[in-house]
Design a protein around this ligand. Structure first.
Ligand SMILES: Cc1cc2nc3c(=O)[nH]c(=O)nc-3n(C[C@H](O)[C@H](O)[C@H](O)COP(=O)(O)OP(=O)(O)OC[C@H]3O[C@@H](n4cnc5c(N)ncnc54)[C@H](O)[C@@H]3O)c2cc1C
Length: 379
């Protein structure tokens, strides 16, 4: 029998496992409701998907229904929380350039949905005037969305955790693995903790906690290539940038009827990019560097060896979309998220007091605050 001292036992209203954006969103939502919260993170700081992403908090293009609704709400929360936590909004809005007539047809259908609210379909002259950095030779039109916000994820996640600790009294236990959750008891590599409720937000850790509950969902890992690119001095993007290939990937567009013929055309013209799951997202950092991606490779295990060919394809799309005279790659990294063929987010209840929350698509930065509100609404 394990001998337990009093100091090993700490009591909370809520324990959150994982200090990525999903865990932090649950900690925030609970702390705002007056709960005593503890976040347990196995690494000394979060180094998972939440610091590797674009920091692209996007509403437009999210799948109709829950994902879009949660993204709209999460965007509001980011707008409230970021200034308090000292997180800068590096830029706002989205410019999506449509080069193929079939891409324009998708945008026209999108604008006719409720999700087009507040967006504008700019002709090439209007777009060039607003965003001279866009390369618009051969473009049909540009979708402008005002809803997006860009944060520097690699610093924002740490700032958010610090603010939660300092301003909302959330306890953080970094460098401590959760080995077992049997709510109200949580056994870690350092102690046994207790909480009325436990939220498990462990992202890619599919073979760890509650592996048996995850198994039926047939999740696969999805790995993305990301690049940091330094453009010519003085180059400033007015917002995030996407292009045709995004229209067959982001569900808010790709589920529209007009996306099927576009996909067929892209398959014929850019099959290699599609095979690597490539589409273009470009955002900018305060130092002027661009964060550029991405690709999508799926599997139960993923190769740690990043193929240069994939990066070359991404860079080719970058040059087609922007007026760049210089594009020096200064960093490369990969990031991973769990992927489901059927849903963007998995919320499971192993028992009344425990929730397992995984974003099973590339949308967690954009939706986590909305997801956490949904979790607490029914809990
Ligand atoms: C390259 C890339 C680009 C992306 N771009 C965007 C984007 O621009 N916009 C967007 O909305 N979404 C984007 N996404 C998706 C988004 O980043 C993820 O959905 C989100 O970060 C998931 O957050 P998380 O907290 O679940 O995961 P993570 O950030 O991975 O955090 C999970 C944490 O749980 C910890 N953990 C796991 N097991 C245990 C345990 N047993 N005990 C203690 N701790 C544990 C891990 O150490 C980790 O820190 C992107 C993803 C990637 C990979």
């Amino acid at each position: 029998m394990t001998h337990m001292t009093f100091s090993d036992t700490l009591h909370f209203d809520l324990i959150v496992v994982g200090a990525g954006i999903v865990g932090l969103a649950h900690a925030y939502t609970a702390a705002r409701r007056g709960l005593k919260v503890c976040v347990v993170e196995r690494d000394a700081a979060c180094v998972g998907a939440s610091i590797r992403n674009f920091g692209f908090i996007t509403v437009t293009g999210q799948g109709a229904g829950d994902t879009w609704r949660r993204a709209k709400r999460a965007r509001e929360v980011w707008g409230e929380v970021a200034p308090q936590a000292g997180i800068a909004a590096v830029h706002h809005g989205l410019y999506l350039s449509a080069f193929r007539p079939k891409a324009l047809a998708v945008l026209e259908q999108f604008m006719a949905t409720p999700m087009g609210e507040g967006c504008e379909l700019l002709d090439v002259h209007q777009a060039a005037a607003r965003a001279p950095e866009l390369q618009l030779d051969g473009a049909q039109a540009v979708l402008y969305s005002p809803h997006e916000m860009r944060v520097e994820s690699r610093t924002a996640i740490g700032l958010l955790a610090r603010w939660l600790a300092e301003s909302l009294g959330v306890t953080f236990r970094f460098g401590e693995s959760v080995l077992e959750v049997a709510t109200p008891r949580v056994r870690t590599s350092m102690a046994t903790l207790h909480a009325e409720r436990v939220a498990v937000c462990t992202n890619t850790d599919l073979h760890g906690l509650f592996a048996e509950r995850l198994l039926p969902h047939r999740l696969r890992l999805c790995q993305l290539h990301m690049l940091r690119v330094m453009p010519q001095p003085g180059f400033r993007l007015p917002g995030s940038v996407m292009s045709d290939l995004s229209l067959v990937r982001y569900h808010g567009y790709s589920k529209l009827p007009a996306a099927a013929p576009l996909l067929e055309q892209i398959r014929a013209e850019e099959g290699e990019s599609l095979d690597h799951g490539i589409h273009l997202i470009v955002v900018q950092s305060a130092d002027g560097s661009l964060v550029v991606g991405d690709s999508h490779h799926y599997g139960d295990v993923l190769e740690p060896f990043a193929d240069q060919r994939v990066d070359d394809l991404i860079l080719g799309h970058l040059h087609k979309a922007l007026m760049l005279t210089q594009a020096k790659v200064t960093q490369r990294w990969v990031g991973t998220y769990p992927s489901s063929a059927t849903s963007d987010c998995l919320i499971d209840a192993p028992d009344d007091a425990t929730r397992l929350v995984l974003v099973t698509s590339g949308t967690g930065a954009s939706t986590a605050f909305g997801i956490a509100e949904d979790v607490f609404a029914g809990w």
